[in-house]
Design a protein around this ligand. Sequence first.
Ligand SMILES: Cc1cc2nc3c(=O)[nH]c(=O)nc-3n(C[C@H](O)[C@H](O)[C@H](O)COP(=O)(O)O)c2cc1C
Ligand code: SF4
Length: 438
Amino acid sequence: MTGTLAGHPGLPRLLAGLDQSGRTMSQSEHERIHGALPHLSAHELIDAVQASGLRGRGGADFPTAVKLRALAARRRVSAVVVNGSETEPASAKDRLLLSRLPHLVLDGAMLAAEAVGAREVIVKLNERAASSLHAVAGALPLRQRDPVPVRLIAAPDGYVTGEETAVMHFLNGGAPIPTFVPPRPFERGYQGRPTLVQNAETLAQLALVARFGPRWFRELGTVADPGSALVTISGAVADPGVYELAFGTPMTDLLAAAGGATEPLRALLVGGYFGTWVDSASALGLRLAREDLRSVGCQLGSGVLIALGESACGLHESARVASYLAEQSAGQCGPCVHGLRAVADSLEALADGGAHPRERDRVLRWAGEIRGRGACHHPDGAVRFVESAIEVFGGEIEWHRHNHCTARPAGLPIPASASASASASASAFRSAASEAKR
Ligand SMILES: Cc1cc2nc3c(=O)[nH]c(=O)nc-3n(C[C@H](O)[C@H](O)[C@H](O)COP(=O)(O)O)c2cc1C
Ligand code: SF4
């Protein structure tokens, strides 16, 4: 399911013209809806993006104009990389954009490439995203007027493979695992040169800012969080799917857009598996705005919202996800490899009722020790998730010691091949990677 909140003025933007047929929007339809790609100088584009307040939608929430300006000031920028990895299992927004609206994302990539003087655009996709690969491969030959060549590269799945240094390492011929920073890709990335990495949604939003301007962009949202966002809503809702919503929208309206809750809610997971559980009583009073989310210690991340019904068990669901995140460690940093596994095992023991309640304190202590001790933010995101699980569901630990939990599985998605860690699959990936050259 895709859509927006019925009757919301000014929406949809990104998803304008999209129906429920599942087909890819043609180039002519795309241009009929959004108009032709405008020609802007680097200054004009970057100033417009800055005035719009657009921030990255890949999870880090970084101001897009700051990155564009830093790259534009550098010489010999090798590429703009469209990060379409979407390795967050509960997210489907980038897949939706790339499989149904590839021209919008490619427009954004072209504009960014011209602004930073990049020699090429690389669209890096998850090899599991067959419909995205198909749609982008089909769109590229039609874009005769594009000033910069585009390559499409498929890479293996795995939670950390979408992290920007992992993307660089893979494109440079290595395993899709994060590398130590600095250098960051904007300093030394693809081919050892400065590289701009942007999430697919960020580039789609940029394409709209270039066409309609920053004032138009700010007609939706709040002063601090302008515009709209794609949110993947799942769990105990009637119509799970990707929805385009204005920043500032109340959480209750987000759920209403997805058909409403199918049962009383216990909690919401905001921000995906690097995100934060929030008790439903607090969560339902929030708006989709950084200020509100921060007040309960969370952020939107890559735009994922999971509703957990009262019939599900937050402890068991969290233990499954923590175990998945531990498996996804790239196997390079001790605290990440061993610490996340130990935390996940303890959480599982607490959920199964087989651990002394003091185990809870050990989990929290370990979480504190792991934070900040990896080359990338994987352990930080994982421990944030675990700490929030303990905070929201910790009161149920004692009950689980003395009772048999018969809660229904809530079905938080865990990819089928999750038992293979990114590091274990690293040697197999290159042969599997397919590449379509324009
Ligand atoms: C473990 C990990 C996984 C990530 N996976 C993705 C991903 O799948 N897609 C994505 O766009 N960004 C992902 N990111 C964020 C990227 O490193 C980077 O910040 C982003 O692609 C930059 O684009 P943006 O500024 O447009 O958000 C991930 C980060 C981490 C720490
Ligand atoms: S922190 Fe974990 S995922 Fe990140 S590079 Fe180190 S081992 Fe890999």
